[in-house]
Design a protein around this ligand. Structure first.
Ligand SMILES: Nc1nc2c(c(=O)[nH]1)N[C@H]1C(S)=C(S)[C@@H](COP(=O)(O)O)O[C@H]1N2
Ligand SMILES: [Mo]
Length: 266
């Protein structure tokens, strides 16, 4: 384990946040009962969403899958986008892909799908794209605004056709968090609401250039309504599953397996 990966996140005051979250969840359901009319108002949704750690069920009930993360203008884009967590995956496999300009890289998409497929970067770039300027919020307390271009994950899912039992999308990454240990590869997961959300991208460009190595080259996820650790970098494989049990620690992500929330709503 390299301490710079773990230390900052391990310091989050989890116990306190959990208590706060419970209290807000209780308050949220009371509010909902009384204020159905308000649930369509943007500002009300904003107030609720900004409450730190508002429970996922309340957030979904109020904001629903239609809610969009805020988008910004080109003037807001920060010149250099910070890199966090893994900045360069160790290991010969990734190095070889990088040296070859990712010409030999492929994204595998499988699991509970009718039509498993693999995509080269050129194939992903040939699909319709979306460009969005969003703010990345890391749980460590910093934010960064950048412009991302990529293919909506929903478009890829339309092609591979998830089976009826599929409920989660799991992202498998190239970087080991404990150097050389394949059981420590970074991974993440989202549900189908987020998978089909219009702002959920498989991004191959940042600020008009190919995604730099530090930010997840050649492809990284953008899950704009959630905190930074959900946005898996260095994507290698996407797997549709019925349950997160049985995958690694069973909590749906590298950080989640150490105690972080699976739904990291902003
Ligand atoms: N594969 C992989 N994805 C990852 C991480 C990582 O270490 N490895 N770190 C996460 C965290 S905590 C954050 S804040 C963002 C950082 O993205 P950035 O390097 O583009 O700023 O990536 C997330 N996705
Ligand atoms: Mo983060």
């Amino acid at each position: 384990m390299s301490p710079q990966h773990r230390a900052p996140h391990a310091m989050a005051p989890r116990g306190r946040r959990r208590l706060l979250r419970r209290a807000l969840a209780a308050a949220g359901s009371l509010l909902l009962g009384a204020c159905d009319r308000l649930s369509n108002s943007e500002s009300f949704v904003g107030v609720l969403k900004s409450a730190e750690g508002l429970s996922r069920s309340v957030q979904k009930a109020v904001a629903g899958r239609r809610s969009m993360a805020q988008e910004f203008t080109p003037a807001d884009v920060q010149k250099s986008f910070r890199s966090n967590g893994t900045r360069m995956p160790a290991g010969a496999d990734y190095r070889a892909l990088l040296q070859g300009g990712f010409a030999d890289w492929k994204l595998e998409v499988g699991g509970l799908v009718e039509a498993p497929a693999s995509y080269t970067l050129a194939e992903l770039r040939a699909l319709p794209s979306r460009t969005q300027i969003t703010r990345h919020d890391c749980v460590e307390g910093w934010s960064c605004i950048g412009q991302w271009k990529g293919v909506q994950l929903g478009r890829v899912l339309e092609q591979v056709k998830p089976k009826a039992g599929a409920r989660f999308v799991v992202f498998h990454c190239a970087d080991a968090m404990d150097e050389g240990d394949p059981d420590s590869l970074y991974y993440e997961s989202i549900d189908l609401d987020d998978a089909y959300h219009p702002q959920t991208l498989l991004a191959y460009e940042l600020n008009g250039a190919p995604v730099p190595v530090g930010n997840g080259a050649p492809l990284r996820a953008r899950i704009e309504r959630q905190l930074g650790y959900k946005h898996a970098k260095y994507l290698m494989r996407i797997e549709l599953v019925a349950s997160l049990e049985g995958i690694r620690g069973g909590r749906g992500g590298y950080w989640e397996d150490t105690g972080y929330e699976w739904y990291a709503g902003i």
